[in-house]
Ligand binder design. Structure first.
Ligand SMILES: C[S@@+](CC[C@H](N)C(=O)[O-])C[C@H]1O[C@@H](n2cnc3c(N)ncnc32)[C@H](O)[C@@H]1O
Length: 252
């Protein structure tokens, strides 16, 4: 019987958890969770479960990631039900590989429970299809922050030429450089671009602009929650949708 689970906690709102995630969290003896996991999700563990905050924010890994792997394997070896809770989906910019390798290496079997990733949570907030028919034929998930801190060396020209929707994780800080690279690669400065902060959470905010204007808007907004950036023609929205978004924000 599987006793170790890598579980996607989704973007924040506990109602966006899968039924399976809710079930394994409730049955866990030990829960190791990241900083982006909503406290209400962690609180779904039973009374008496051991809750371990292995909090690490994007960009700060390496040594602490090794420590997390060591801790995960040590807890799994006890034979108890162990849940490793990760924000969004574990397989999307979630450092799942290191943890799965550590478990494999220790001969521990496990299961992965997917979660709603920030890109689709943001699309839901925006009421915008990321693969709008005849507008965006591909969808690209990009890291806005590399292992060596700063912007990763993406193929800016190919991404620009793809004509697909680009979704940038961990790009709040590096957005000015990212936008400059895209414009230099030939992207029109008026390409629609949107930033969503804390999608599905109380502090949710939407900043709409273009690849030329969004960096300034994000800088001015002084975000404190996680920010995801979406770029592409599919993000072009009729002005009437502004009212819908304002209502969604007001209803929080
Ligand atoms: C280390 S990555 C983890 C991604 C996660 N595994 C997922 O599938 O969503 C963290 C980044 O995800 C994005 N993110 C996560 N939760 C978010 C949320 N509720 N609202 C907006 N962006 C979010 C932000 O870009 C943040 O910097």
């Amino acid at each position: 019987m599987t006793r170790v689970f890598l579980v996607g906690a989704g973007p924040g709102d506990p109602e966006l958890l899968t039924l399976k995630a809710a079930r394994v969290i409730a049955a866990a003896d030990v829960v190791l969770y990241d900083s982006l996991v909503d406290p209400r999700v962690v609180a779904m563990a039973r009374h008496g479960a051991k809750l371990i905050d292995v909090g690490k924010r994007c960009g700060k890994h390496s040594a602490s990631q090794m420590e997390i792997c060591r801790l995960l394997v040590a807890q799994a070896h006890t034979g108890r039900n162990v849940v490793r809770l990760k924000g969004g989906d574990p397989m999307v910019f979630g450092r799942a590989t290191e943890e799965m390798d550590a478990l494999h290496g220790a001969g521990i079997s496990f299961e992965v429970v997917p979660g709603v990733t920030a890109a689709t949570a943001a699309a839901a907030v925006l009421q915008c299809s990321l693969t709008k028919r005849e507008v965006a034929r591909s969808l690209h998930f990009l890291a806005g922050h590399g292992a060596e801190s700063g912007l990763p060396a993406h193929d800016w020209v190919s991404l620009t030429k793809s004509g697909g929707t680009l979704v940038v994780y961990m790009g709040g800080q590096t957005l000015p450089g990212l936008a400059a690279h895209f414009i230099e690669a030939g992207m029109a400065p008026d390409m629609p671009a949107v930033a969503v902060e804390s999608a599905s959470l109380e502090g949710q905010r939407v900043l709409r602009g273009t690849i030329g204007t969004l960096p300034g808007l994000v800088l001015g907004a002084k975000a404190t929650g996680p920010v995801i950036v979406l770029i592409g023609e599919a993000l072009e929205m009729p002005d009437e949708l502004d009212d819908v978004l304002l209502r969604v924000e007001a209803e929080g």
